[in-house]
Unconditional design. Structure first.
Length: 499
RNA sequence: GCGCCUCUAGCUCAAUUUGGCAGAGCAACGGACUCUUAAUCCGCAGGUUCUGGGUUCGAGUCCCAGGGGGCGCACCA
């Protein structure tokens, strides 16, 4: 925000002018305000009260003053709590400390007690007999009609955004419902929720650059987890046949409209299942979340309808590439031909890429953003999937499938690699990649290999990007809109206030 | 990291395409008002136009540099 750079003494006249109404300061702030009725409940319970009607029933409400309409010996305040809004109707002859109440600031928290009435103009109100100031608000909270649009304030001072701007609280409430719904849906299928370490001695389970931290008492560096996978698989080996975790993972990457360095991942593993079983589970979770928060399985995204009703179409990577580009692409044609095709499609590929990496690059650049879907894209090349089991019938491919909706990858489904010998070979291939300069390649995890040697049954796994799912369901196009406190550059040093 | 855009009152925004006294609404402050709904009305304040430099008789406006912010690209989910 531009004015942060301005010397503070220039701001002082305005700072002084704001929030300086003195009267309410005489009120003592109580330690509690019990038994408040939520505004939404007041609205519902007295919906049949006629204009001008008096309910004869007194109750207490509490919330934040959003608007004040002062009218001499009358005053109206719009009070907002978590559930909704209700009007306070204050009369000089009825309301204790009436003159004090008129000096409330916008943003103040107030608790009030009085009879529920409906005004002559039809607004359901609490006719305030007694009231308490619960908190004073100081500082500019934006235009009362248009709110605050400065992204710098909205994101760095999210508490302001949450109450000053329409729809923001609702979006985060919806996010909470989505997460709760995912837990219910998984629980209904017998999945057990566990919590695994965030600090990893070796970052595994995905391809990404990790954050490094230091554990003093162990005199060694640890990594913030980039995935949940390896510990969850060890739970399966230990006998948790259906297990999941919803947790934060961390990847040392730039930010963007779809990227935040920490994000919330759901991973679930199901013994005796394969990637097709997991595709069904994905649909169940995604469509179930949509139904829980929107009432249906068709959502609107970017003004286009998106029907998430299961079952979704399944198509191979080769099929969808050909549909979108008109060009046939597959591993069988070999590295040289794949490179030639990539060039003709305008896709740049690194020197060290093998056939599978080139094919995946072509898919991600040309095809995925153009798949409205929803569709499950299946049969990925083996070289880009080091923890996935080889395809049962197609050499060079693995049993991996990604649910795509609105051109976005929402998650992953796998037939998990359960063979310790194969797994060791994949780790060694990754080590070679790493030696060749790929910072995202995996490190060999001997603990995990030893676990696999204890015996892992055929297992299906899924990953689901919770943030992206919420974006899809709320029709927002920046991940910051679904993260309460997104990663931001540290705030510019503000000159000290000298008053 | 590279490209494009942007920065005016506490907030939201104006300020003749092509330089000519920096404005409005809301908020704040003082006042009026017993049924308001972004209440209304009267009054009063509030500005280093992000910073620094340049061109010019004159710069919010044009040029250069720096800073904050946004959006694309790239790595990634």
């Amino acid at each position: 925000m531009a004015h942060l750079a301005r010397p503070s003494h220039r701001l002082r006249p305005q700072r002084r002018a704001r929030g300086e109404r003195g009267g309410v300061s005489g009120k003592e702030i109580p330690y509690r305000f019990a038994d408040a009725t939520p505004a939404a409940e007041v609205t519902a319970r007295f919906s049949h009260l006629e204009p001008g009607g008096e309910s004869g029933e007194s109750l207490r409400v509490a919330g934040r003053v959003m608007l004040l309409r002062l009218q001499g010996k009358l005053a109206f305040a719009t009070l907002r709590d978590w559930s909704g809004q209700v009007q306070l109707f204050c009369l000089a002859a009825v309301t204790e400390d009436f003159e004090e109440l008129k000096r409330a600031n916008l943003g103040d928290w107030i608790g009030a007690e009085g009879e529920v009435v409906r005004t002559k103009r039809g607004e359901l109100s609490v006719k305030v007999a007694r009231w308490s100031l619960l908190a004073r608000a100081r500082g500019g909270f934006g235009d009362k009609w248009r709110g605050i649009h400065d992204p710098e304030v909205r994101l760095r001072q999210r508490e302001v955004d949450l109450w000053a701007n329409e729809g923001v609280r609702e979006r985060f409430l919806l996010r909470s419902k989505v997460v709760a719904t995912l837990r219910q849906l998984l629980s209904a299928r017998g999945f057990v929720e566990v919590e695994t370490p965030v600090l990893h001695p070796i970052p595994g389970g995905g391809l990404a650059k990790p954050f490094i931290t230091h554990y003093n008492s162990m005199h060694s560096d640890f990594y913030l987890r980039i995935a949940l996978e390896l510990y969850l698989k060890r739970c399966v080996i230990g006998g948790f046949e259906r297990v999941y975790e919803i947790g934060r993972v961390f990847r040392n990457e730039g930010t963007g409209s779809k990227y935040n360095p920490e994000f919330t991942m759901l991973e679930a593993y199901q013994a005796y299942g394969d990637y097709l079983d997991m595709a069904e589970l994905q649909e169940y979770l995604i469509a179930g979340s949509a139904a829980a928060v929107t009432g249906g399985t068709t959502v609107t995204f970017e003004d286009r309808p998106l029907d998430l009703t299961p079952p979704w179409r399944r198509a191979t990577m080769s099929e969808v590439i050909e549909e979108v580009t008109g060009v046939e692409v597959n591993l069988e044609m070999g590295l040289a031909e794949l490179r030639r095709l990539a060039g003709s499609l305008g896709v740049e590929v690194a020197e060290r890429f093998d056939a599978g990496q080139v094919m995946t690059e072509i898919y991600e650049k040309t095809t995925e953003p153009n798949l409205w879907g929803p569709v499950h894209v299946m049969d990925y090349p083996e070289s880009v999937s080091p923890l996935t089991r080889k395809h049962r019938s197609k050499p060079g491919y693995v049993e991996r499938l990604t649910p795509i909706a609105a051109g976005r990858e929402l998650g992953e489904c796998y037939s998990e690699l359960v063979d310790p010998v194969d797994q060791r070979a994949r780790f060694e291939a990754q080590a070679a990649e790493r030696a060749a300069g790929d910072e995202e390649a995996m490190m060999t995890d001997e603990d995990f290999l030893r676990a696999l040697e204890r015996g892992m049954p055929p297992t299906g796994g899924i990953g689901l990007g919770v943030d992206r799912l919420v974006m899809l369901l709320t029709d927002v196009h920046h991940i910051r809109e679904v993260l309460l406190f997104p990663a931001l550059r540290p705030e510019a040093q503000r000159p000290p206030e000298d008053d």
